[in-house]
Design a protein around this ligand. Structure first.
Ligand SMILES: CC(=O)SCCNC(=O)CCNC(=O)[C@H](O)C(C)(C)COP(=O)(O)OP(=O)(O)OC[C@H]1O[C@@H](n2cnc3c(N)ncnc32)[C@H](O)[C@@H]1OP(=O)(O)O
Ligand SMILES: Nc1ncnc2c1ncn2[C@@H]1O[C@H](COP(=O)(O)OP(=O)(O)OP(=O)(O)O)[C@@H](O)[C@H]1O
Length: 742
């Protein structure tokens, strides 16, 4: 790229405070040399430049592609992203956000015509056994190249032929540069906090946060990425802590709360109120700002005065609900961008918030901080990575019912050919699953092991399922897996083989429902079940099993059980963000699938009482009940005469559970897995789980189940045992019962 063109492009970026993209396409070495010349010719210091690449080929900072997340929240004047050997959509999303207004994103790419056929390390990751890289398609790249050629603000330079294909200038009319906002005349927070705001939106948001000085208020701040909402929250947290309040901050990860803490520290520092600056920030007024992961924050440790949930949409609603007991609440959420849509924050949580006694205040920030509004590179990134994909608007699917929808199979080619459909499918997945990210868009379009099935109404997506083919692995791979090697993309066979030590688990093949989502406007009408029914019918003669692995809640366990899926495993560690244990369930389709299911269901029932008294001691009793109820087997119950005498005796008083817990546990598992669900009340079942299986202390259990006293809880367990003895006991057991009943 000749120096004059590069200088003109950078000058335009600086003049408008927008970003520009330079694509250097062609041979990698030629591209690198062109990048080197470009950076040399431009007035951009090396210290403000990063190269994101598999190798360290330029004189500036080098960030490995897999660590591109390091750039999140930082800003650079120029970032060079090397797309030759490992083009990761996630890295692209992170890198774009790190370029400052007036800066350049430089992409090193293969020749744009050839790129879709080029295979790299990312594609190798998509080539899940038994597929190989040749099975991976290049649709994501084809679409990506089209966006590079079509969007304004993107220069394309062919480094092989030294030709400037597009100069990337948009020649905008001159605009007034934004001034820093004036602090409000009268503000409740210190003037310095308002002076620290960079846009008028941020000032307004901070003013909204002032309501939190009094208890009984909640603030919801939403914005697109990079509008400074976390920073506004940080300034507010600092002001509250300065007044002596204890502020608990939670976010999907500590990293995501970094900006909030940074602003709080800066402000307290400049006010001279920073007493201690470790993981917890303490103020000279006796206040503090501390962090806890969502599952811990949900218990409101130390009864904080205020809770701030940053990126709240990426935190499960169940955990957010536990925060509502705190007198002051703040939630920030991203409108567009993957974190934003997760788990229907708007749909479900705002209603819950409105039902509380808190006065709810809203703040919206639309002015970007790092670059001007209307920046063409932001618009391009939204489109290229579908950051703004949304489910169909409600009225378009409002009439969807199980009888009126059409079941369709959507191949990568179908999705690539129909942008509307792609947006709706992807938008729905993003909306419902907080972990959906840019890499998933490429997977959807190119991965050979994935299949998309949907229910559509008038061409609009009402429900969608993403299926991943798993298993059917040869003996060598199975042995490797058994020996502990990670075999990518085979989640269920992997768990059954390596954790549960079943070397044959990956012989049969099946489809794991990776994600399923029904449009929020039409949930609970049977669409999700219809979709799973159709999937079952379609694959009945073509696969050995259907399966699923997900963060277990009692509602979801019931949903899957109602659709024929049976529990075979509960994980022994919790997910960091959701705090949920995951469940694996199977729905057998063939004889081989049934074999696999039956041996694991049987084994699950055999071992579950051991696990519940150990790693799963803190599993929610209702999740345990639902997981056991969803296990499709009938556990053995071989109790001897002496066992029954102990159990029946305990049901009436003189016998004691503690002398020999074994038979009680067997009885509980037998009933909770395969017994008549109406025999005991929900609380009685919770007692079986809590006392007999999880060995909780009586005081704790009485408290949890709201019994007036420990002895009342003990009597309730006896009452629960009686019908069980009557139902399952031998003649000897019933004889024992009759002794006491008379
Ligand atoms: C691998 C995975 O994807 S697991 C995660 C599943 N997906 C999600 O959680 C995304 C958000 N949720 C959704 O999109 C939907 O709620 C789905 C896909 C779970 C269910 O789709 P729907 O079309 O509502 O299913 P359908 O109407 O057939 O069955 C609903 C029943 O499932 C149960 N159910 C399952 N999950 C839930 C839930 N989160 N909230 C309420 N009910 C639920 C209920 O029993 C419900 O019956 P009800 O409405 O009479 O109470
Ligand atoms: N008042 C401020 N003072 C200094 N820097 C700020 C301020 N507001 C925002 N920034 C900077 O602008 C960038 C975006 O801010 P922030 O992270 O708060 O925004 P956000 O809306 O939460 O965005 P994201 O969704 O990307 O986290 C950050 O790099 C931050 O350091």
């Amino acid at each position: 790229m000749d120096t004059a063109a590069a200088r003109d492009l950078l000058a335009e970026a600086e003049r408008t405070n927008e970003r520009r993209v330079v694509v250097l396409s062609g041979d990698r070495d030629a591209g690198l040399a062109a990048a080197d010349r470009l950076l040399d010719a431009l007035p951009i210091p090396l210290t403000e430049t990063s190269l994101v690449s598999t190798s360290d080929d330029l004189a500036c900072e080098h960030v490995p592609v897999r660590n591109a997340g390091r750039l999140l929240g930082t800003t650079q004047k120029a970032v060079v992203l090397d797309c030759h050997e490992d083009c990761r959509p996630n890295a692209l999303g992170r890198v774009v956000g790190a370029v400052d207004g007036g800066g350049l994103l430089v992409l090193l790419t293969p020749n744009l015509d050839d790129w879709p056929a080029h295979r790299d390390a990312f594609d190798e990751g998509l080539a899940v056994p038994p597929f190989d890289t040749r099975d991976v398609t290049g649709r994501f790249r084809r679409r990506f190249v089209e966006t590079l050629r079509a969007h304004p603000g993107i220069a394309v330079y062919d480094a092989d032929s030294n030709t400037l294909v597009r100069d990337g200038r948009t020649n905008p009319a001159p605009r007034l540069r934004k001034q820093l906002p004036d602090p409000p005349e009268s503000a409740a927070f210190p003037r310095e906090s308002h002076e620290a705001c960079l846009t008028a939106d941020q000032t307004d948001a901070l003013t909204t946060f002032e309501s939190l000085r009094e208890p009984g208020h909640a603030v919801v701040a939403d914005a697109d990425r990079g509008r400074g909402k976390s920073s506004a929250a940080g300034l507010a947290a600092a002001c509250l802590a300065r007044e002596g309040l204890d502020v608990l901050v939670t976010a999907p990860g500590r990293r995501s709360a970094a900006e909030l803490f940074a602003r709080a520290r800066e402000l307290l520092g400049s006010l001279g109120d920073l007493a201690s600056d470790g993981d917890t920030v303490e103020t000279s007024g006796g206040g503090r700002i501390r962090f806890a992961k969502p599952p811990e924050a949900a218990d409101l440790p130390g009864d904080p005065d205020a809770v701030f949930a940053d990126e709240a949409a990426a935190i499960p609603v169940r955990l957010l609900e536990s925060l509502l007991d705190c007198p002051r609440l703040a939630f920030t959420t991203t409108v567009h961008g993957y974190e934003g849509a997760g788990r229907g924050f708007d749909v479900r949580f705002r209603d819950r918030l409105a039902e509380t006694d808190h006065d709810v205040h809203e703040a919206s920030l639309s002015d970007p901080i790092r670059y001007s509004g209307g920046d063409p590179v932001e618009a391009w990134a939204f489109r290229a990575l579908l950051l703004d994909a949304r489910p169909a608007v409600d009225p378009l699917v409002g009439d969807a019912a199980p009888e009126t929808v059409e079941y369709v199979s959507l191949s990568g080619a179908d999705l690539a050919a129909d942008e509307h459909l792609l947006r709706e499918v992807f938008g729905l997945l993003v909306y419902a699953h907080y972990r959906t990210e840019p890499d998933d868009l490429a997977r959807l379009l190119d991965a050979p092991n994935l299949a998309v099935r949907a229910l559509v109404v008038d061409g609009h997506v009402a429900s969608v399922a993403l299926l991943a083919r798993e298993g059917g692995l040869d003996a060598d791979l199975r042995a490797a897996m058994y020996d502990g090697e990670r075999v990518k993309g085979n989640m269920i066979p992997d768990v059954l083989t390596s954790q549960l030590r079943d070397e044959d688990a990956a012989v049969p093949f099946g489809y794991r429902v990776m994600r399923i989502a029904t449009h929020p406007a039409v949930r609970s009408r049977g669409l999700g079940s219809r979709l799973l029914g159709e999937v079952r019918q379609e694959f009945a003669d073509d696969a050995d099993w259907l399966g699923v692995g997900y963060g277990a809640t009692s509602e979801l366990l019931s949903f899957w059980a109602a659709n024929g899926y049976g529990t075979v495993q509960l994980s022994t560690t919790r997910n960091d963000t959701s705090g949920e244990y995951s469940a694996i369930m199977l729905d057998p389709l063939s004889a081989a699938g049934r074999e696999l299911h039956d041996r694991h269901a049987g084994w699950f029932a055999d071992r579950v009482s051991g696990v519940l008294s150990d790693a799963l001691r803190d599993l929610d009793a209702d999740v345990a009940r639902a997981a056991l109820r969803a296990c499709a087997t009938t556990p053995d119950l071989h109790l001897g005469e002496r066992d029954w005498r102990v159990v029946a005796g305990a049901a009436h008083g003189p016998g004691m559970y503690g002398v020999d817990p074994g038979p009680f546990r067997k009885l509980a598992v037998r009933h909770l897995v395969a017994g008549d669900a109406d025999l005991l009340s929900a609380d009685e079942e919770r007692l079986l789980v809590g006392k007999l299986l999880q060995s909780r202390l009586w005081d704790d259990l009485a408290d949890r189940l709201r019994y007036h006293s420990t002895s009342q809880a003990m009597r309730a367990l006896g009452d629960a045992l009686r019908p069980l003895v009557a139902e399952y006991g031998t003649e000897a057991a019933r004889e024992e019962l009759r002794r006491f009943e008379n």
